[in-house]
Design a protein. Structure first.
Length: 469
């Protein structure tokens, strides 16, 4: 029984790291949703900005304030003789009055007309809506950042894999040519050329390891998690063109639904109302004011207490006459801020429309380039095999073989880059139009399959000269 428990414990320990440190795109997104500080900041900013609306509206509601005071009173009458006192037991009342007093006051005010307050409510309402739109934009931006960073990891893994295969091939060629040189079939130049390419490939492989480590850390900075294994793209990926196949339809959708533009338009409205807020400094305000006052006096040496109670209610009119040009300056400042917000809207509009067109064309171009890359890989593979055969019979040089091998490596690398560009452009196009949702992440995640752990060495000794495996 004890052995069985130990076996189960060992199994849990083995499987737990795989569960914790294995990730696909969806897992990375959920971790980022929980841990990304940029997204958390955007969420907190939205909530903070939305609190300005009830604060502004509260100025339109009744304002009730209470006051309480406790006082010691010592009062001397004017006709009390020297020092204001008399001889004791003279039968004449002392002019010195000593008492304790409690004072309770309630002040009530209600705005009837305050143009500045009315307009400020409109400003904060638009700002709260703009904050919500900015938050939605940041939520879509989170998907974009996670996707780009995740696919950067996969691209770095692919390039590392391609360069490792290239280094292995060069190692085998170096070993083969070195043996042929010993028996006089190849020249020392052939050996040196392959040796140079082999050494360069090792240096590139170490650089690839660094790039992969950097890409992993970039993803970790967003998700807050360190992954060891990443799901990779399946071979059968459905390369889907944007639907509808009309760039102007996507541009129109971006104009209408992009959250950044939506937030900018709301900020423009808020800035326009803010001009009226500042102009309200020229206008009078009218309020209802009321006060309830109750005073309890406790004279020293006398029994009982004295109570005085007053109530008053009225209308208060405040008319600004001259404030040294402050209000006029604030109005001009608000007008300039409005123009700046309009310019920001125009800038974002142009950039987003341009980006929408680029992302649409990027998806179309990536699909075509991927098809061309597949053909280039096939052609480069055949050309390399042909060059190797010609090199064996002496009709081609080693440089011809190395050139074709480099072409094949480049073809594989281009395919990987175009593949991830297609995935990123697909996500970016949805974000441009405000249509990016979690379901899009799920759909792309369904194109992934479990990958393998890649250990990083950062050591040239992993590829000894003449490496053959």
């Amino acid at each position: 029984m004890l052995k069985k428990k130990n076996w189960l414990l060992a199994l849990i320990i083995i499987l737990l790291p795989l569960h914790v440190f294995a990730a696909d795109l969806m897992q990375s997104y959920h971790d980022a949703l929980r841990n990304d500080p940029t997204f958390k900041q955007a969420q907190a900013n939205m909530l903070a900005d939305q609190e300005a609306l009830p604060q502004a509206f509260s100025q339109l509601l009744p304002q009730l304030n209470g006051q309480a005071s406790y006082s010691y009173i010592r009062q001397t009458s004017a006709g009390g003789g020297a020092g204001g006192s008399v001889e004791p037991n003279s039968g004449v009342a002392s002019p010195l009055f000593i008492a304790f007093q409690k004072n309770y006051v309630l002040n009530l005010s209600q705005v009837l007309f305050d143009y500045t307050t009315f307009e400020n409510v409109a400003v904060t309402r638009y700002q709260a809506l703009a904050a919500e739109a900015s938050y939605e934009a940041s939520a879509q931006n989170l998907i974009q950042r996670v996707s780009v960073t995740y696919f950067d990891v996969l691209l770095a893994q692919d390039i590392l894999k391609f360069d490792k295969a290239n280094t292995k091939a060069l190692g085998r060629q170096l070993e083969q040519v070195s043996e042929q040189f010993k028996v006089g079939l190849k020249t020392i130049k052939d050996v040196y050329e392959i040796q140079a390419s082999y050494d360069a490939s090792i240096a590139q492989y170490i650089e690839d390891e660094k790039n992969l480590a950097d890409a992993r850390e970039n993803l970790r900075a967003i998700t807050g998690e360190k992954y060891r294994v990443f799901s990779v793209v399946k071979k059968a990926v459905p390369f889907l063109a944007p639907h509808p196949k009309d760039v102007e339809a996507w541009v129109h959708a971006a104009e209408k639904h992009n959250f950044t533009l939506f937030a900018d338009r709301l900020n423009v409205k808020a800035a326009k109302h803010n001009i009226q807020v500042q102009f309200g400094g020229h206008l009078p305000t009218l309020s209802v004011v009321g006060q309830f006052n109750k005073v309890f006096t406790f004279p020293r040496g006398l029994p009982g207490r004295l109570v005085r109670q007053t109530q008053q209610i009225g209308v208060q009119l405040n008319v600004p006459i001259f404030q040294g040009g402050l209000v006029t300056s604030e109005v001009r400042q608000a007008e300039d801020e409005y123009l700046a917000q309009v310019a920001q809207l125009e800038l974002d509009f142009r950039n987003i429309i341009s980006q929408t067109r680029q992302d649409y064309l990027g998806v179309i171009a990536s699909i075509a380039k991927i098809q061309a890359d597949k053909k280039a890989i096939e052609s480069s593979q055949k050309s390399l095999e042909s060059s190797k055969a010609e090199f064996q019979v002496g009709t081609a040089t080693v440089l011809d073989v190395l050139t074709q091998q480099s072409n094949l490596l480049e073809a594989y690398t281009n395919y990987a880059r175009d593949l991830y560009s297609y995935l990123n452009d697909t996500i970016n196009l949805k974000a441009d139009t405000g249509l990016l949702m979690v379901n899009d992440v799920k759909r792309i995640n369904s194109w992934l399959r479990p990958g393998k752990y890649i250990k990083l060495h950062f050591n040239a000794d992993i590829f000894p000269q003449g490496f053959v495996k």
